[in-house]
Write a protein that binds this ligand. Structure first.
Ligand code: S3P
Length: 440
């Protein structure tokens, strides 16, 4: 599907971004091993989270998602999952496949996990190797480095592991396996990644604590993580899922870089392990205000108000990267319209996302007149006065589709985005919201 985007005269209004994708996956997966019913409001109904629900259903978990984003899920305790009669298909979703691989490695039955062509090309050795070190029996293509993965679940032992990359998917997969292991598990990360799993597990009564480093932001764990085996069933956790800051990011960049804009993004999760986009845009001179700060369940939430700003280049690197990893394609759009140079480094993880996001971002933004170069681990971007409309494509990557749409809102003339349907992976109402805030 193709969508054509023209630059609006004004961007105004309020957007309630969809429920956070990472938190929605975790709310479903963790509640599936709790004892009792949980009600999750604002569950994200994008294709990734629906893949998680289909897998959990196949594992015998009763659940219903209504048309208003309310998920009812009935966990039957930590030993309540059942062998699926069929292959579990995670579709495009790395979080589904990796988190379930960790959980299923510890269950006393056989599972096969697969996904679409993009997911089947993504690295799984980062979870398979440490899970094998815990005693898991996992086979897969290329020695276990690519899906499908076949998992002969069984008993595991706790380990001490230093993750090779700051990855919440890896950390969470190992933490889920650790809940069932003999002895405790200690996980150390090179830099803090999103901590939704830890927050939720603790709220459900599991023993998850910080080791080393310092606890920052109240609940956030830095340094290492100690996970003790479950001694009782987790309590069900009902919650309202905060809006997804990774979806809000598209509107933040659109408003900051548009000459006549004011957008309010309401009910957005501002967990410090996710809010790097706010820091990066602030360092570029964006006008961003956080209002109505509050807490939903175990996550901080705010309304984010973004106004037209004069952006300047910046450097995005180091421990900031995991805090905005999914926002880098749209930040490259902001950087293209900023004064001066922006350099993004330490982001080689971008190469193993739904697409090689360094290659696809550079290639597609060049079609719209951006001056952007590939670095092995990032991008170097020279601000240009304006982008020019043209034909570009998402390559099937949802974040690229939305970043290119934002580029189209900010470019001169008409932009056509091929593969526009990819937004359904994480933000099915994206095109509707774009229309709602644009005045021509
Ligand atoms: C996610 C973690 C990140 C992120 C992905 C969602 C999660 O991946 O890019 O979109 O929900 O844990 P990595 O953990 O592989 O960095």
């Amino acid at each position: 599907m193709r969508k054509t985007v023209r630059p609006p005269r004004r961007l105004r209004g309020t957007i309630e971004p969809p429920g956070d994708k990472s938190i929605s996956h975790r709310a479903a997966i963790l509640n599936s091993i709790a004892q009792g019913e949980a009600v999750v409001e604002n569950f994200q109904a994008g294709a990734d989270c629906l893949a998680t629900l289909r897998c959990l259903k196949a594992l015998g978990v009763p659940l219903v998602l209504d048309g208003q984003g309310r998920l009812r899920i009935l966990g039957n305790g930590r030993f309540g999952l059942r062998e699926s009669a069929n292959v579990l298909n995670a579709a495009n979703s790395g979080t589904t496949l990796r988190l379930l691989a960790g959980l299923l490695a510890a269950q006393p039955f056989f599972s096969v996990l697969t996904g679409d062509a993009s997911l089947r090309s993504r690295p799984m050795d980062r979870i398979v190797e440490p899970l094998r070190a815990m005693g898991a029996r996992i086979q897969g293509r290329e020695g276990g480095a690519r899906p499908p993965l076949a998992i002969e679940g069984g008993s595991l032992s706790g380990i001490r592991n230093r993750l090779p990359v700051a990855s919440a998917q890896v950390k969470s997969a190992l933490a889920l396996a650790a809940l069932y292991a003999q002895g405790e598990t200690i996980l150390e990360e090179p830099a803090p990644s999103r901590d939704h799993t830890e927050r939720m597990l603790r709220a459900m009564g599991a023993s998850v604590s910080a080791v080393g480093g310092s606890a920052s932001g109240g609940d956030s764990l830095e340094g290492g993580l100690r996970v003790s085996p479950l001694t009782h069933d987790p309590r069900p956790l009902s919650l309202r899922v905060p809006g997804d800051i990774s979806a809000a990011a598209f509107w933040m960049v659109a408003a900051a870089a548009h000459p006549d804009a004011e957008l309010r993004l309401s009910g957005v999760g501002v967990n410090p392990t996710r809010s790097g986009i706010i820091d990066a845009l602030n360092s570029m001179g964006a006008s961003i205000a956080l209002e109505e700060e509050r807490v939903w369940g175990c996550e901080p939430v705010a309304d984010i108000v973004v106004r037209s700003s004069s952006l300047r280049g910046t450097v995005i690197e180091g421990s900031l990267i995991p805090r905005l990893i999914d926002e880098l394609p749209v930040l490259a759009v902001a950087a293209s319209l900023a004064r001066g140079e922006t350099v993004i480094r330490d982001a080689s993880e971008l190469r193993v996302k739904e697409s090689d996001r360094i290659r696809t971002t550079v290639r597609e933004l060049r079609r719209l007149g951006a001056r952007i170069d590939e670095l092995p681990d990032g991008m170097a971007i020279q601000g240009v006065g304006s982008l020019r409309g043209g034909a570009c494509g998402s390559g099937g990557d949802h974040r690229l589709a939305m970043a290119l749409a934002v580029a189209g809102l900010l470019a001169q003339g008409e932009t056509t985005v091929r593969g526009a349907e990819a937004v359904a992976v994480s933000y099915p109402d994206f095109w509707r919201d774009l229309g709602r805030v644009s005045s021509y």
